[in-house]
Design a protein. Sequence first.
Length: 480
Amino acid sequence: MKPIQKILIANRGEIAVRVIRTAKKMGIRTVAVYSDPDSQSLFVLSADEAYPLGGTDARSSYLNVDKVIEACLATGADAVHPGYGFLSENTDFAKKLEQHGISFIGPKPHSIEAMGDKIGSRILVAKSGVPVVPGYEGESQEMSVFKKEADKIGYPVMAKASAGGGGKGMRRINSSDELEAGILSAKREAMSAFGDDRILLEKYIVNPRHVEFQIFGDTQGNIIHLHERDCSLQRRHQKVVEETPAPNFPSSLKSKMAEAAVMAGKAVQYEGAGTVEFILGENGEFYFLEMNTRLQVEHPVTEMTTGLDLVEWQIRVCQGEPLPNLQTPKQNGHAIEVRIYAEDPKEGFLPSIGKIHHLSFPTREDLRIDSGVVTGSEITMYYDPMIAKLIVWGEDRQTAIQRLIECLSETIVFGPKTNLQFLQKLVSTDQFAKGTVSTHFIADHEDLLLKENTKEELKYAFAGLFFSSKQTLDPWSPIR
Ligand code: ADP
Ligand code: ADP
Ligand code: MG
């Protein structure tokens, strides 16, 4: 296969900026595509070329397959990097690119299709010997069948949208009285989010951890794993903090799970970067949850501890190169990522839109900031309100946590409300320090995590006054 000359990034925000950075390093030209509200965004300014998709919301821009393909043809891009979300796991998009002779930087369409459906992927990986959560994934969607199957599984059960993603279409059901309402509500959410309301049932694993493995495959059939990530700190089934190595994770368990992850990848002849997610029960039993056939939001923690550039690997594999290393590389130290959002924790974490009057992070060697916004940028209602991912490295977990707390306290966002204080409280808890949190931790301690911190609030208020009077000196700022 010939080397890629020009990559179109079919995404926006921090991940578009992230992909552009590696493409530049490799001497590959980049094309940004953008919607109307994004025309002045950092990722658009960072790319070598930019092509307008028009439209405002995702559906009329980044999710519009025909418009994105038109952009590829108009700009002569020979490859597309889909980032995460949007079209990254869309089989139809990958197939259409193939038909136009444009490379999709990701797995083959058949792998995306096989893993895109939770019912189908459970059946498939179970056949290769990967443990799946006991449950029901039959054809019938009759309420009487769900009732019978839920009784067999034993309550509590989890009703899940087969087409689900991003924590949507999922309901915990505690008893047969709640079953019908739970299933109908999961179906409603699934239909509106994914246009597909098929549901499966799983045994609800109580107080579990979420542990996933980064895997990588090439076109020669090699598949390796690049260690695990613990993403147990979640809100509404969405990750908030991610780290590697997983704390309190015996090496015997790690080898068993890593082997299962590679097996799942082999089951779909996986090529490129993928993540196999597992749920880990209190007694050390683990089960396959799903495979995400794309780069993951939390991939930087893997990069910080292995020294690898996963986007570079994705591009090389797409060009037909073999994996540079057929052994799992050693991990060095510990890395933790937190997702900083423009949202109001006190208002049910409602997105907080508006202009960012000031944004600054500490600059230090052990800190990486992945962000798609700068001082002067606007957080709009159209897309995910993530401001930045803050990723710290430490020689060991304790050092990493200490540095994370410092970095969060030195981060200033003035304008929209943010989850900064919430994150700071979260990573300062004893339970997090001990590495004993389950996926229920945030929900169980919400009151404590949301409590006012007067000293901090004052500091932010002063910082805000200071920076709003100073205007912006940021050279990247579109409002300079
Ligand atoms: P990660 O582990 O990378 O956070 P998520 O499943 O939470 O994985 O998804 C990452 C991003 O992709 C989020 O922004 C999420 O909202 C989005 N996403 C995931 N699945 C879908 C889907 N089926 N449709 C639309 N967006 C999705
Ligand atoms: P999504 O595609 O939305 O990411 P997942 O199947 O990966 O859906 O599940 C997301 C999260 O929901 C998991 O990380 C876990 O916290 C929770 N979860 C999923 N399945 C179960 C289950 N059977 N029991 C308990 N929690 C679950
Ligand atoms: Mg998941």
